[in-house]
Design a protein around this ligand. Structure first.
Ligand SMILES: C[S@@+](CC[C@H](N)C(=O)[O-])C[C@H]1O[C@@H](n2cnc3c(N)ncnc32)[C@H](O)[C@@H]1O
Length: 409
C-alpha cells in the first residue's frame, strides 16, 4: 500500500543529466554496476531511489568498486578523506571523481551541506533548540561541538595554502567536513550508496557488504521490494565493525541521527533518557532506552517498548517533569518557531520537540509495561570481545562529554 501511495503521489523521476553521468562513471569502472530496476527520485528528503519494478530479495542493486571510493588510505584519519575531497574539488572536471564531487559540492537542493546539521544552524535556531533541550535532554552543548576543520585538520593542509585561504575556500572545507559527517562510511566516502536515505523497521530494504574488507561493495535487496517502494538503508542498525557488530543500535539513536544527519527519523524511533535510577546523576550510565513505532494494526497509533530496564520511581518522576516542562514551553516554542524563516531548521526543531513530547507522553502511559522481549543486542564476535564498545559515537561526538556508553547498557 505504501508503494502504491508513493507511486500515485509522485511519478518516478527520469534521471537528470548529472545522475546519468554519475551512474555512467560508476559502471565505467571495473565491476561497477547499477541495476536498471532502480530509479532516482527526489522527495522532501533530498535525492533518493525507488524500485522501478518488483525486486526479489538478494537482487544486486549496485556494485561500488573500491576504485570509486574516496578513502583515508588506510589511516582511518578523516582529515585525509576530507582533504582528498577538497583536492578533487579543486581539480574540477579533471578530477577522476568529478561526477561525484560535482554532486556533493553542487549545492543541490536537498543535498547535504552546511546548514543541514544543527551545529551549522543559524543562531536563533540553535538558541531555540538549546531552550528546548534545557539542562537534561540530549543533545547538550551541541553548539560547541562543531569541528573547526581548518584548525583540527591543519597538519594535513599546506601551510601556505592555509595562510592565504579565501573565505570561499574555507567554507568549502567546512562543507567537505559536513559531507563526511552525514555521508561517510567511517573514513570512506561511498558514492551512490550514499544516495540512499535512512529508515529502520519494516521499511528497511537495502543491505550491503562492508566497505572495509578491501572488496568491492555489493548493495542488495534485504527483502522483496515492491515496485515504487523507496529504497531504505539504515544509518544505525548496520552490523559491521563500525557499528560494533550491531550493538550501536541502542546507543546511537534518534537524537544522534538528528545531530549527524540533520533530520528527525520517522518511526521506528529510539530515545535515550539520560537519567540514572536515582533520577539525579546524568553521568551514571544506567540510562533508559525506549522504542516507539507505528502500531502494525493501526498506523495512527503507537507502540512503545522499554529496552533493558524499566524506569524506577525516580526516573518516572524525571520523565513526568520533562513532559511538563515541554508542555509548559509550548508558547515559547510557537513564538520561537514563528521567528524562524520557513524551511529546514524550523521544520526540524518542531519535529524534534513533538517527538520528545510524544516519547515522554508514551513513557507515562506505558510506565507499568514489562521490559521488551524484542531487544536485540548481538554478542560480539569472539575476537572482538575485548574491544571498546563505543568507537562510533566517539568518532562523531568527540567533544560531547555527555555521550552515553554502549557497553554499559
Ligand atoms: C547519506 S545522505 C542520503 C542522500 C541525500 N538524501 C541526498 O540528497 O544526497 C544523508 C542525508 O539524507 C537525508 N535523509 C536521509 N534519510 C532521511 C530521512 N529518513 N528523512 C529525512 N531526511 C533524510 C538527510 O539530509 C541526511 O543528512
Amino acid at each position: 500500500d505504501d508503494a502504491e501511495e508513493i507511486l500515485s503521489a509522485k511519478p518516478l523521476q527520469q534521471p537528470e543529466q548529472w545522475q546519468n553521468d554519475l551512474v555512467n562513471w560508476l559502471i565505467s569502472k571495473p565491476n561497477g554496476y547499477f541495476s536498471d530496476k532502480v530509479l532516482w527520485t527526489k522527495t522532501e528528503m533530498g535525492y533518493n531511489m525507488h524500485a522501478a519494478e518488483d525486486i526479489p530479495k538478494d537482487t544486486t542493486l549496485m556494485i561500488i568498486p573500491q576504485a570509486a571510493l574516496i578513502t583515508s588510505d588506510g589511516t582511518d584519519e578523516e582529515c585525509i578523506t576530507i582533504s582528498k575531497m577538497m583536492k578533487e574539488y579543486e581539480k574540477g572536471e579533471a578530477s577522476e571523481f568529478y561526477p561525484y564531487i560535482r554532486y556533493l559540492f553542487g549545492g543541490h537542493e536537498g543535498g547535504t551541506s552546511t546548514g543541514l546539521l544543527p551545529t551549522t544552524w543559524s543562531e536563533p535556531a540553535k538558541d531555540l533548540l538549546k531552550q528546548m533541550v534545557g539542562t537534561d535532554l540530549y543533545p547538550q552543548k551541541f553548539e560547541k561541538s562543531q569541528k573547526r576543520i581548518l584548525v583540527d585538520c591543519q597538519q594535513f593542509i599546506d601551510r601556505k595554502e592555509l595562510e592565504s585561504m579565501s573565505k570561499e575556500t574555507a567554507q568549502k572545507w567546512q562543507d567537505a567536513f559536513i559531507f563526511w559527517v552525514s555521508r561517510s562510511w567511517s573514513d570512506k566516502m561511498v558514492p551512490i550508496l550514499d544516495m540512499i536515505n535512512h529508515r529502520n523497521g519494516k521499511w528497511l530494504n537495502v543491505e550491503s557488504t562492508t566497505a572495509h574488507s578491501g572488496q568491492d561493495i555489493r548493495v542488495y535487496a534485504l527483502r522483496d521490494i515492491k515496485k515504487g517502494e523507496q529504497l531504505w538503508n539504515t544509518y544505525n542498525e548496520c552490523l559491521d565493525e563500525d557499528c560494533n557488530y550491531g550493538r550501536i543500535k541502542y546507543s546511537y539513536i534518534t537524537q544522534h541521527i538528528l545531530m549527524d544527519y540533520g533530520f528527525v527519523e520517522a518511526y521506528p524511533r529510539r530515545f535515550i533518557f539520560h537519567v540514572d535510577a536515582k533520577g539525579t546523576d546524568r553521568n551514571n550510565k544506567q540510562f533508559l532506552v525506549v522504542e516507539i513505532d507505528e502500531d502494525p494494526e493501526d498506523p495512527t497509533k503507537r507502540t512503545f517498548e522499554w529496552h533493558f530496564r524499566k524506569p524506577t520511581d525516580a526516573q518516572l518522576h524525571w520523565i513526568y517533569n520533562q513532559l511538563s516542562r515541554l508542555k509548559d514551553m509550548e508558547f515559547t516554542m510557537e513564538e520561537g518557531l514563528k521567528a524562524l524563516p520557513d524551511g529546514h531548521e524550523k521544520d526540524t526543531i518542531l519535529a524534534f520537540y513533538l517527538a520528545y513530547r510524544e516519547a515522554f507522553q508514551l513513557a507515562m502511559v506505558h510506565k507499568d509495561d514489562d521490559v521488551s522481549d524484542n531487544t536485540f543486542y548481538p554478542e560480539l564476535p569472539d575476537e572482538h570481545e575485548e574491544e571498546h564498545d563505543h568507537e562510533h559515537e566517539e568518532e562523531h561526538d568527540e567533544e560531547d562529554d555527555e555521550e552515553e556508553d554502549g557497553d554499559e547498557l
